[in-house]
Design a protein around this ligand. Sequence first.
Ligand code: ATP
Ligand code: MG
Length: 217
Amino acid sequence: MAGDEWLPWVALETIHLGAEAEVISGTWIGRDAVLKRRIPRGYRHPALERNLSRQRIFAEARILVRLCENGVKSPILFGIDPAEGWIMMSRVEGRSLAQVLREDSDHQVEYKLGQAIRKIHSTGISHGDVTTLNAIWSDDDLILIDYGLGRLVAEMEHFGLDLHSLHECLSAHHVDRPESMERVLKGYLDNSKSDNFDARAVVDRFEAIRGRVRYHA
Ligand SMILES: Nc1ncnc2c1ncn2[C@@H]1O[C@H](COP(=O)(O)OP(=O)(O)OP(=O)(O)O)[C@@H](O)[C@H]1O
Ligand SMILES: [Mg+2]
């Protein structure tokens, strides 16, 4: 008879219990994997909750597939169950960018983040929640995760908002590295891999959004 070794998914431990999601690490067909399960928020109507959850799972799944097709290093999609509210993907080894910024004085990490954001933008995808917890430093590369709020058909405003949410995160949580955003933008504007993407226009939009927010604050 088939034993446990024939179960495709083997759960190991909960690695994250947040307000929106629980993330369990384990293996899927023997590969390191994570299963992210959406936690229903009590204050929302159940039908609305279900829709939101499905929307985010579909968005994340579609984006991971597109990124994979475009050769952007990202988690590999293993499966979804929108009705049950979970998505499974390969586990990215490494420390969060938040941790790296606290522990290391090396500055290339912010530059690489800028390049990573440019890469996803140049494939037409916006992330929707760029923070230092949603980026993992792995094998000298930055890998973005958590695409539930991302868009496949992104507009200039969404690209600008990605830079803006990162800027907000850096100014709130990494005040001891005031030059971080400048380094990110340097990486974002670097066109040495010539991808025909107008990064300058996005940075201009980011500056405009920043001005708007400051004006209304
Ligand atoms: N593919 C992955 N590889 C490694 N770690 C992951 C992966 N996906 C998620 N994690 C870990 O789980 C955490 C939460 O996952 P994620 O960011 O996707 O959910 P979330 O929507 O931010 O959850 P919440 O809003 O409840 O905090 C991440 O910050 C990361 O530490
Ligand atoms: Mg997250």
